[in-house]
Design a protein around this ligand. Structure first.
Ligand code: FHN
Length: 444
């Protein structure tokens, strides 16, 4: 009992148990349904860390102190960055939105921040606002733009008490947490006010969460009063613009003020990463993944996923009611690796042919392990057969009434039986698709 009370107090301190009610505005609800229809977005992790070719955690992984890390902006000059090319690539891939790091854990802003000079315009020889360029290009090409913002900050002196990362970056031994929150909120406010964005993708909350292996210390730690005041931040954002969608990668159930729930490197509810497994709430869902193994540019990482793996992830995400946010980490010159470009374009070709079974759908109610997932739009149910052993497909507990069934690709009819709740049909060799054999079921 005592443990439960402590946990409750801790969750209140962390702002994870909602104390206020949040009623989303009409335009917010409309934005949510746009989001759920969109299904596929491009995640971009880009910052001065790309110069070191060791991904976005390099400051922590190489224990780089702030005064050395601050040299990076002085020679960050991504002359090949081309907003038009990136947005065009996203469109070719069939993506409907882009979410880019406006500030990652290193604290460096990739937009023209008036709150701090530690940003791409004021502190680099490049001197241009890549976020603004993307915003304008997105508008031209009809793509929405989201701002990733890391609440965790390895650079700011007032980020104190420290969390469990960035302990060796040389921040002072004291600090004013409220001052840090004021700084953070001022940056978030300028992003909300000055850029035409669709919403925020927050990250880093977990830095102040209990260390997974040291629960007791962590409880004390939280009770000492580390409070992100998330609801205050969310309220401020929705006051600027009620339609802005807010998601926070805290790996917990959403709290009041949030508009979508995200999962990282896992389908909703799964926990292959060790930090997933959050309960699935009632908000729109999204899951994100990398093309190779890294978010930020990593020179040594050549383990690129195949087109098949990427499409399967997208289809499974849709079958689990989630959008898929697929990451690229631009190189220090602003360009995107060839291997990623070709994969994205090929995924886009698959979507050109099969997008009808993905965009604008919601999860169908049929799944068979991870071998078959389903999506649904109106009275059309799409069965995505992702793994087939033998010709025969049997689906138990099928409780819908069927008008007709056909192969999605060529609309030829499928012979089937539906007896005692078991749907049975065959997929001959010549009808099998390499990635996903789609069966279109018109329901009565
Ligand atoms: O630490 C970050 C990581 O660098 C990356 O931004 C991912 C994206 O989901 N989120 C954090 C880890 O949860």
């Amino acid at each position: 009992m005592k443990k439960i009370v402590i946990l409750f107090l801790v969750l209140i301190c962390q702002g994870l148990i909602s104390q206020e009610k949040y009623t989303p505005a009409k335009e917010n609800l409309e934005a949510r349904s746009w989001f759920e229809d969109a299904k596929f977005g491009m995640f971009i992790h880009w910052g001065v860390y790309s110069l070191l070719g060791d991904a976005e955690w390099v400051m922590q992984h190489q224990d780089i102190p702030i005064d050395r890390y601050e040299l990076l902006p002085t020679f960050f000059n991504p002359i090949d960055f081309d907003a038009k090319e990136i947005v065009t690539l996203a469109k070719e891939a069939g993506m409907k939105y882009i979410t880019i790091t406006t500030k990652h854990h290193d604290g460096f802003a990739m937009y023209d921040s008036k709150v701090s000079d530690y940003n791409i315009v004021a502190a680099t020889p490049y001197g241009k606002d890549i976020f603004r360029m993307l915003e304008q290009e997105c508008k031209k090409q009809g793509i929405k733009l989201f701002a990733y913002y890391s609440q965790l900050d390895w650079h700011h002196p007032d980020y104190f008490p420290r969390g469990w990362t960035g302990r060796k970056t040389g921040r002072p031994e004291t600090g004013n947490w409220e001052a840090y929150l004021a700084y953070q909120d001022a940056q978030i406010k300028e992003l909300a006010e000055n850029y035409d964005i669709a919403g925020f993708w927050f990250d880093g909350w977990w830095d102040q969460a209990p260390h997974k292996t040291d629960w007791h210390e962590a409880v004390e730690y939280r009770i000492k009063g580390i409070d992100w005041k998330l609801e205050r931040t969310y309220k401020m954002i929705h006051e600027v613009d009620p339609k802005l969608l807010i998601g926070n990668n805290h790996h917990e159930l959403p709290i009041a003020g949030e508009d979508f729930q995200m999962f990282e490197r896992d389908l909703p509810g799964k926990n292959t990463t060790g930090f997933g497994g959050a309960e699935i709430g009632s908000l729109p869902l999204e899951t994100c993944e990398t093309i190779n193994q890294s978010w930020g540019f990593n020179l040594q990482d050549g383990k690129h996923k195949s087109v098949k793996e990427l499409v399967l992830y997208l289809v499974k995400a849709a079958g689990n009611n989630a959008n898929f946010l697929l990451n690229v980490g631009p190189m220090p010159n602003g360009g995107i690796q060839e291997e990623h470009k070709t994969r994205l374009r090929t995924v886009g070709k698959w979507l050109q042919a099969n997008g009808e079974t993905i965009y604008g759908t919601r999860q169908g109610n049929v799944t068979v392990e991870e071998k078959i997932v389903s999506t649904q739009k109106g009275n059309i149910l799409y069965l995505h057969i992702l793994e087939l052993t033998g010709e025969e497909v049997r689906i138990p507990d099928f409780d819908r009434k069927i008008k007709k069934i056909s192969f999605f690709t060529d609309k030829t009819p499928v012979d089937f039986t539906l007896r005692k709740g078991e749907l049975k049909f065959s997929v001959p060799e010549n009808k099998r698709e390499h990635i996903d054999t789609i069966i279109e079921i018109t329901l009565k």
